[in-house]
Design a protein around this ligand. Structure first.
Ligand SMILES: Nc1ncnc2c1ncn2[C@@H]1O[C@H](COP(=O)(O)OP(=O)(O)OP(=O)(O)O)[C@@H](O)[C@H]1O
Length: 701
């Protein structure tokens, strides 16, 4: 049925580097004893068996002691003790993320403050905190906690706090010296997210000021799995680099010999080759590019998996992407039932820091969906592009964490060699409005900020221009925050949405706007499934607003809030209960911030025009105009696009003008979360003359 995939077997050997090395090549003895009474007690109290299915029967303490870092623990601690700033370069799986924060704590550094460990993604922050809490025999939120946007699972007891880089950055806005922290560990620094890049500058400055003011010193540890650490070292005043050699288990590499350029097909064929031949407790992780591709492949895998050939070898297929509700994302960590193979289809969110139990095989498509920003048009788009070599190694590193593994690469060796070594830092390819606002809130002029890699002048200028149009700054030259801008910086939102909330009182619709933005901040509240499509359409039809998606969301959320038995009500209406509960938490938090900013509560009842007008206060750059051929043209950026198939406005007569929340551009461009607007309103917008200039029809002159 499926032709065999064509792989050559190259064995990956470790990378030798010059510089300071801590030798981790120590023979490790595997013991089958439970060494710790506290571990036994913890496991009993928390309903965990003494032996995990796939951890080789070792206790958590023994697992820790078997990690490559353990034998050199003392030298690591010594290095941390004598250096204010340190850079650790270690192979994936050596134990950086889980162990180094514990070493910092165990050697007493947390007596003078918390150790923060930043992660680029929430799933990593949460899952690693859970693991480390287990290793420390505590509940998450006690000694070990995490903080991610809209969710703080830490307490005054917390000494090791995993957090997203965005959360620490927000904290820096309130307290530039990061006073509660004794140590800041910037993990996965090679990912070079915008937030980590900005944090580099912030923590460096906080360390300098604390030192000069003779306050509690701040230790900075940068951890990376890739080779460009000299760049980090140079930035941090020639900070010492410590190379941590060794990984837990070897990973065999296999590249395709020829590439037929259908990577999804190659991944599928490889999966079933593995499925035919490997024991069922060897799980598989496949890296693909995005939700649609993953959902489509999940269906294919399930359907092939049901064929007679695989009757005796069941598969459990689990998608993993950021749009998936959090509890669904965390499901990938649960072991599959005995005799069932777990297959995870993931975007790059599983690329770093994660240890997923059971994964023996990784299949890497070699592709990723990446945000690309065009500073001339001011548009963010998502494009499918080749990964970098650094990403390829990260993906490889998801195997070999609990035992030896294999990584199948759906690209040839020479294609691998042609890949860029590193991923371009996100700061060089992103919309910087949020970052510039945050820097201004910290009193920093972005043009003179100590960036490790400075973004282009155009990118910074277009961010400044947007903030000016939003009235967050009073002038383009020598940008300074206005009162509006200062308030905007208090919200953990894109500045366009914070502006909408600040203005909502003037439109008398704060209650409604908070609800809409709370829902947009989380995952989709509408349940979808091809099986029950018609039933779902009928159930959702009662919420549909003729004006579009924002008001449809509002209708659903309002009814949810007044439902007597919300869970049952959601079930009946095919709405996602957890996502609505999450939106409700966000709503409460946004309401709190609005109160702090003295924004008066107001509601417009069913006067939905007020809500539609208010959306334009922030989204004036996101207007699309209907063309003769029934396609939309975004007026800023001039991108032709269709309405997203999930929109409430699909299959309805198309309106002349819409405001959209997102533009998703892969092979085709789609407008997502759309509301119809009246062309007369557009004349009032700050960019009205530009919109008129770009308009191609006579409807808006
Ligand atoms: N949740 C977990 N379940 C089981 N083992 C785990 C878990 N988390 C970590 N480990 C074990 O600890 C090892 C080290 O993980 P850790 O995340 O600390 O490594 P790392 O050096 O930071 O790698 P990476 O950069 O890939 O995240 C893993 O290879 C695995 O053996």
């Amino acid at each position: 049925m499926h032709p065999k995939a064509n792989f050559s077997g190259n064995f990956h050997s470790g990378k030798g580097e010059n510089g300071y090395k801590i030798n981790l090549n120590v023979k490790r003895k595997l013991k089958q004893v439970i060494s710790s009474e506290s571990e036994k007690r913890f496991r009993a109290e928390n309903g965990q068996g003494v032996k995990g299915r796939k951890s080789g029967g070792l206790t958590l303490q023994e697992q820790r002691e078997n990690l490559p870092l353990y034998p050199v623990r003392e030298s690591i601690i010594q290095q941390i003790r004598v250096n204010d700033t340190l850079i650790f370069l270690g192979e994936t799986g050596s134990g950086k993320t889980t162990q180094i924060p514990q070493y910092v704590h165990e050697s007493g550094f947390t007596r003078s403050g918390i150790v923060a460990v930043t992660q680029p993604r929430r799933i990593a922050a949460i899952s690693v905190a859970q693991r480390v809490a287990q290793e420390k025999f505590c509940q998450v939120g006690e000694l070990v906690g995490y903080t991610v946007r809209f969710e703080d699972c830490s307490s005054p007891e917390t000494k090791i706090r995993y957090m997203t880089d965005g959360s620490l950055l927000r904290e820096a806005i309130r307290d530039r010296l990061l006073t509660p922290y004794s140590t800041i560990i910037l993990d996965e620094a090679h990912e070079r997210t915008v937030n980590t890049d900005v944090l580099f500058g912030i923590v460096k400055e906080a360390q300098r000021i604390r030192k000069e003011a003779k306050k509690q010193p701040l230790k900075i540890i940068v951890m990376s799995a890739t080779m460009d650490v000299d760049h980090f070292s140079a930035y941090f005043n020639k900070a010492k680099i410590v190379y941590l050699e060794g990984r837990m288990y070897p990973v065999k590499l296999k590249h395709v010999k020829r590439n037929d350029h259908d990577y999804a097909q190659t991944c599928l064929i490889t999966l079933f080759d593995i499925h035919r031949n490997a024991p069922l407790d060897h799980d598989v992780l496949i890296f693909l590019t995005g939700q649609e591709e993953i959902d489509a492949m999940a269906e294919q895998v399930r359907s092939i998996g049901k064929s007679a050939e695989f009757h005796d070898s069941p598969l459990k297929v689990l998608p993993l992407y950021s749009q998936l509700p959090q509890h669904k994302q965390l499901e990938v960590f649960k072991p599959a039932p005995q005799g069932v193979r777990k297959v995870i289809l993931s975007t790059n969110i599983a690329e770093t820091s994660l240890t997923i139990s059971g994964i023996k095989y990784v299949i890497d498509s070699g592709m990723v969906k990446q945000k690309v920003y065009n500073s001339l048009t001011g548009m963010d788009t998502l494009k499918v592009v080749k990964i970098s070599q650094a990403q390829a190694w990260q993906r490889t590193g998801r195997a070999g964490r609990e035992s030896e593994g294999v990584c199948y690469r759906a690209y040839t060796v020479s294609e691998f060699e042609k890949m860029s070594l590193m991923t371009t830092p996100e700061i060089l390819r992103s919309n910087l409005a949020t970052t510039v606002l945050q820097l201004l809130a910290l009193g920093i002029d972005c043009m003179n900020f100590d960036f490790m890699d400075k973004p282009s002048r155009e990118s910074l200028n277009s961010a400044i221009k947007l903030l000016y149009e939003l009235k967050a700054i009073g002038a383009i030259e020598g940008a300074k925050l206005t009162e509006v801008g200062r308030k905007m910086s208090q919200f953990p939102l894109d500045p366009r949405f914070s502006k909408i909330l600040l203005e909502a009182a003037n439109y008398g619709c704060l209650t409604e706007m908070i609800m809409i933005i709370a829902v947009l901040s989380g995952e989709n509240i509408f349940y979808s499934s091809t099986d029950k499509r018609d039933q779902i359409l009928v159930a959702h039809s009662k919420f549909v607003s003729k004006y579009g998606d924002h008001l449809t969301i509002l209708n659903a959320f309002r009814e949810f809030l007044s439902a007597e038995n919300a869970k049952m009500w959601c079930f009946k209406h095919f709405l996602n209960y957890r996502n609505l509960m999450y939106a409700n938490e966000v709503r409460k938090q946004l309401l709190e911030i609005c109160k702090r900013c003295n924004i008066d509560e107001s509601t417009c009842g069913n006067d939905y025009d007020q809500v539609r007008k208010c959306l334009l206060v922030g989204l004036f750059g996101n207007i699309a105009e209907l063309q003769r051929d029934q396609m939309y043209l975004t007026l800023v950026g001039r991108q032709r696009a269709k309405l997203h198939p999930s929109s409430a406005l699909c299959h309805k007569p198309l309106a002349d003008y819409v405001v959209y929340t997102d533009l998703v551009a892969t092979e085709r461009a789609y407008l997502k979360y759309i509301t119809i607007v009246d062309p007369d309103w557009l004349h009032e917008l700050p960019n009205a003359s530009k919109l008129r200039r770009y308009s191609t029809t006579n409807n808006f002159k």
